[in-house]
Ligand binder design. Structure first.
Ligand code: FES
Length: 218
């Protein structure tokens, strides 16, 4: 049986804030080490000092983490705000960057409440459905979708459930906006399916190619 990923791997305790870190989900965007080296220092052991800055400084930097590898538990009870709308940004030659009121589920993952995630769309991650930067090794350079000129109406709020289908796409259920790297609008609606095999001829959407190429996700 495949082990299911449920979230917070390592906890770095501080007086006012505990910071949690998931090595498996880290894609080394490095906002943390570049913005707050007093707390996040790759050369120190442990590499996170949860007493290295004020609670507000630490938590605002944690919230920049696009992969969701970093989270926090504040002892004053303040929690990360859940974004009012769910947005998926298609990173150029890279992953799906998701922010919103999220649940992520599949054979290897069960996250009932999440706000940030970077999800694989090249098909080659060794940590599916999450990105692990393998797109760089395989030089994933898809033909990117062209944005449409439509101006979207304001997005609804509500939970977006992302299901990593067995050997198939990422099925989206719930309100979502999809934009490209430049912020161009690609989709707004309540459900669609995004390619995660890397083979679709209609990226970022699934076009059924995963069946033809016998995509194996798990
Ligand atoms: S998952 Fe890639 S075409 Fe369906």
């Amino acid at each position: 049986m495949v082990e299911q990923y449920t979230g917070k791997d390592r906890r770095y305790a501080g007086d006012d804030v505990d910071i949690t870190y998931s090595l498996k989900r880290c894609i080394h965007a490095e906002f943390c080490v570049k913005r707050l080296s007093a707390v996040f220092d790759k050369n120190a052991r442990p590499w996170i000092n949860a007493n290295g800055a004020s609670p507000d400084e630490m938590t605002s930097v944690v919230e920049l983490c696009p992969s969701g590898a970093l989270h926090y538990d504040r002892k004053d009870g303040v929690q990360e705000a859940i974004p009012e709308k769910n947005v998926i940004k298609i990173r150029h030659n890279g992953p799906l960057e998701v922010r919103g009121d999220l649940a992520i589920e599949g054979a290897t993952v069960a996250l009932a409440q999440e706000t940030r995630a970077s999800l694989c769309r090249c098909g080659a991650s060794n940590n599916k459905p999450f990105c692990d930067n393998t797109h760089k090794e395989i030089q994933f350079e898809p033909v990117e979708a062209v944005s449409i000129d439509e101006v979207p109406s304001p997005s609804e709020s509500g939970k977006l459930v992302i299901t990593a289908c067995e050997n198939g796409p990422l099925e989206l259920n719930g309100p979502v906006e999809i934009i490209n790297e430049a912020g161009g609008f690609l989709f707004q609606g309540n459900g669609t399916a995004l390619c995660r095999c890397g083979g679709s001829g209609n990226k970022p959407f699934c076009d059924g190619t995963h069946e033809r190429i016998h995509f194996k996700a798990e």
